[in-house]
Design a protein around this ligand. Structure first.
Ligand code: NDP
Ligand code: ZN
Length: 355
């Protein structure tokens, strides 16, 4: 079996491996639609989670089941399934505490392209198929559905952790695909005003479509100064961070009202510490919460996200700017995530089979 891998930090390439084995609760799938992620770039080129050798990359996929474990009840060979980026162990203590994404340890539910081979592979293994997969509803395009592996659940989780509610002022830092879904998630949860930070023109246009009321360029000076100016010195109720770096926290703490929440979904690939300014953090007594979260997954949540798509409440088509065909285009598509050309939001690769 062939896969496109992280050979070591800073280097990618094709690898040949033995096909994965299917346990009694598991599924083996072949990919139908794949998307590379900014996270793959942090992992390979920043070494953000440490060294990996010949680990197959990718965690965003729609696939077809080719083998199914004998204890799996609800899926069968031939099913077309949405595969979430995070595939927890649902019996773990972390799952019982409500944090399945950290099953087995911090980030432990993020297996593909982290602790095991990912989906950029002719065949890939999914643990606990009944709990982790979702059947693709009739009529849903796999190219669109693959946005629900990671981009939608992560962006929406930013809004969830920020506890966005009716009429609030929300600042979304970063409007790549994750930030765009944080904008949309905030709008769905009833935000009043949504200030969005980013510069790529097509991201800016799409952010407005998804509900951004104001656009801020981080290239035009500190974000906090621009937010304070736009809000007449009042600041915002909530902040969602989906772009920037460790220094972003230092800026946004300055604009959150007492009792506000800063919700990070950005993968902090480099930098040692996050600096929180003492005075702006209410000298330690401002009730300003700072929370960071890996996307939740699971079949029920994934089916609910699909429900938004099926019923026209969510349109992800605008995010797919580059389409490729065939497994061999994986390196080119991944390279786009690294170079981030101005017109890129998200590339998707489709794979067709003869039989
Ligand atoms: P993109 O690179 O497409 O988008 C990043 C955004 O941040 C862009 O809008 C960019 O602006 C903006 N930005 C860049 N530098 C700054 C800065 N200094 N200050 C403020 N904004 C800045 O990334 P994605 O949307 O693909 O992913 C966002 C993050 O989410 C990544 O770190 C990714 O790894 C992470 N992630 C986290 C997951 C989770 O479960 N928590 C899951 C999936 C992804 P511009 O328009 O100029 O490019
Ligand atoms: Zn991803």
């Amino acid at each position: 079996m062939r896969g496109f891998a992280m050979k070591r930090i800073g280097e990618t390439g094709w690898v040949e491996k033995e096909a994965p084995k299917c346990g009694p609760l598991d599924a083996i799938c072949r990919p139908l639609a794949l998307a590379p992620c900014t996270s793959d770039i942090h992992t390979v080129y920043e070494g953000a989670v440490g060294e990996r050798t010949d680990m197959i990359l990718g965690h965003e996929a729609v696939g077809q089941v080719v083998e199914i474990g004998e204890l799996v009840k609800d899926f069968k060979v031939g099913d077309v399934v949405l595969v979430p980026a995070i595939t927890p162990d649902w019996g773990s203590l972390e799952a019982q505490r409500g944090f399945a994404m950290h099953s087995g340890g911090t980030l432990g539910g993020w297996k593909f392209s982290n602790f095991k081979d990912g989906v950029f592979s002719e065949l890939f293994h999914v643990n606990e198929a009944d709990a982790n997969l979702a059947l693709l509803p009739e009529g849903v395009d796999p190219v669109e559905a693959v946005m629900l592996s990671d981009m939608v659940p992560t962006g929406f989780h930013g809004a969830e952790n920020a506890e966005v509610t009716y009429g609030e002022d929300v600042l979304v830092v970063g409007i790549g695909p994750v930030g765009l879904m944080a904008v949309k998630g905030s709008a769905l949860k009833g935000a009043g005003r949504i200030l969005a930070v980013g510069t790529r023109p097509n991201c800016v246009a799409l952010a407005k479509e998804y509900g951004a009321t104001d656009i801020i360029s981080y290239k035009n000076g500190p974000i906090d100064e621009q937010v304070m100016k736009l809000t007449d010195g009042k600041g915002v109720d909530k902040v969602i961070i989906a772009g920037g770096n460790v220094d972003t926290f230092t800026e946004v703490v300055k604009v959150v009202k007492p009792g506000g929440i800063i919700s990070n979904v950005n993968y902090l690939g480099s930098g040692e510490f996050i600096k929180i300014p003492r005075v702006e953090w209410g000298v330690g007594m401002g009730h300003i919460k700072i929370v960071g979260g890996l996307m939740p997954a699971g079949r029920m949540r994934t089916e609910r996200l699909l429900n938004l798509l099926v019923n026209g409440r969510l349109d992800v088509s605008g995010m797919i700017t580059h389409k490729f065909e065939g497994f061999d285009s994986l390196p080119e598509a991944l390279e786009l995530m690294r170079t981030k050309p101005k017109d890129l939001i998200k590339p998707v690769i489709t794979i067709k089979y003869d039989e």
